[in-house]
Design a protein around this ligand. Structure first.
Ligand SMILES: NC(=O)c1ccc[n+]([C@@H]2O[C@H](COP(=O)([O-])OP(=O)(O)OC[C@H]3O[C@@H](n4cnc5c(N)ncnc54)[C@H](OP(=O)(O)O)[C@@H]3O)[C@@H](O)[C@H]2O)c1
Length: 276
């Protein structure tokens, strides 16, 4: 297993923290305090998006921390800004809202295949990277066929793909595919909180008790040991902190396999083929 105390090096050289802080459902009002708390606790990756309408608040939290140069700030272009010109304008708006002169990682939020514009969008992101407006570019919710097409038509591979991934939907085959391609995987919805009661699963209770950790920490540790980068969101200071306390214990192979066994193969979120 890689040294989980060290950041993961992406194919383009960016050093990606092993865990990030999600901000979906935080607002411009609630994000500054939550982001400040997260950075104070030690998070060094903050995930936002044009869609979340909180980039102003996220940027405030990052700038107030005095840690800007240590933090990987990640945002995403939304589905109504695919094309040749629009992604660049969306990126400039995000930079302005964040109050930063560089976004570290910029992602295409969904492939939106019915629009058939994601290759143009990808070219626009590659140009923005050439100009230094973003350090690293990637995608989110892309399936292998979408990524193959990006590579075939532009010659530029994404450094990472952020996808729905948690023990109820563990995406084993997709993780293997990304590993073969050298594309990092980030996990959204990492705690599997949208449906069902993952945290109440007996196997998680048992493993939690065995390590003196809570179910959220066990799930996040499971991600780290699978080499995926989870971006849990919380607006609760105690959970923000506890979600980061996952570097002082290790799951055994048997425990990893038991948690793998919770997979249902069913998404909790939307399907990349149909979101447009
Ligand atoms: N690329 C995409 O399409 C996409 C889609 C969805 C999400 N995302 C990103 O991924 C991030 C995470 O996904 P998510 O917010 O959907 O789901 P999540 O992080 O798995 O779950 C967040 C929910 O779990 C609760 N929670 C957090 N820590 C907990 C703990 N230790 N124990 C129990 N409950 C806990 C939070 O409530 P409290 O706030 O009350 O703690 C919140 O209701 C988002 O914030 C966003 O940045 C990306």
């Amino acid at each position: 297993m890689a040294d989980l105390n060290e950041p993961m090096e992406l194919s383009d050289g960016l050093r990606m923290p092993r865990i990030g802080f999600g901000t979906w459902r935080l607002t411009d009002e609630s994000a500054p305090a939550a982001v400040a708390a997260a950075l104070e606790d030690g998070y060094r990756l903050i995930d936002t998006a044009e869609l979340y309408k909180n980039e102003k608040g996220v940027g405030e939290g990052v700038r107030a921390s005095g840690l800007r140069e240590e933090v990987v700030v990640q945002s995403k272009v939304w589905n109504d800004h695919h094309g040749t010109e629009e992604p660049r304008r969306a990126l400039e708006r995000s930079l302005e809202l964040l109050g930063l002169d560089r976004i570290d990682v910029y992602l295409v939020h969904w492939p939106a295949p019915a629009q058939d514009l994601y290759v143009d969008t990808w070219r626009a992101l590659a140009e923005a990277r050439e100009e230094g407006l973003v350090a690293s570019i990637g995608v989110s919710n892309f399936l292998p066929a979408h990524i193959e097409r990006l590579i075939a038509e532009t010659g530029v591979a994404p450094a990472l793909n952020q996808i729905e991934l948690h023990p109820y939907f563990n995406q084993a085959a997709l993780r293997d595919w990304h590993a073969e391609k050298g594309i990092a995987v980030q996990a959204w919805g990492p705690l599997g909180q949208r449906s069902g009661s993952l945290m109440d699963e007996p196997v998680l209770r048992e493993v939690s008790e065995a390590h003196g950790k809570d179910a959220g920490q066990v799930i996040l540790r499971w991600h780290l040991q699978h080499g995926t980068v989870p971006v849990p969101k919380s607006s609760n200071p105690e959970r923000i902190r506890s979600n980061l306390e996952v570097f002082d214990f290790e799951l055994s192979d048997a425990e990893m396999e038991a948690i793998d066994g919770l997979d249902t193969g069913v998404r909790q979120g939307m399907d990349p083929e149909t979101v447009n």
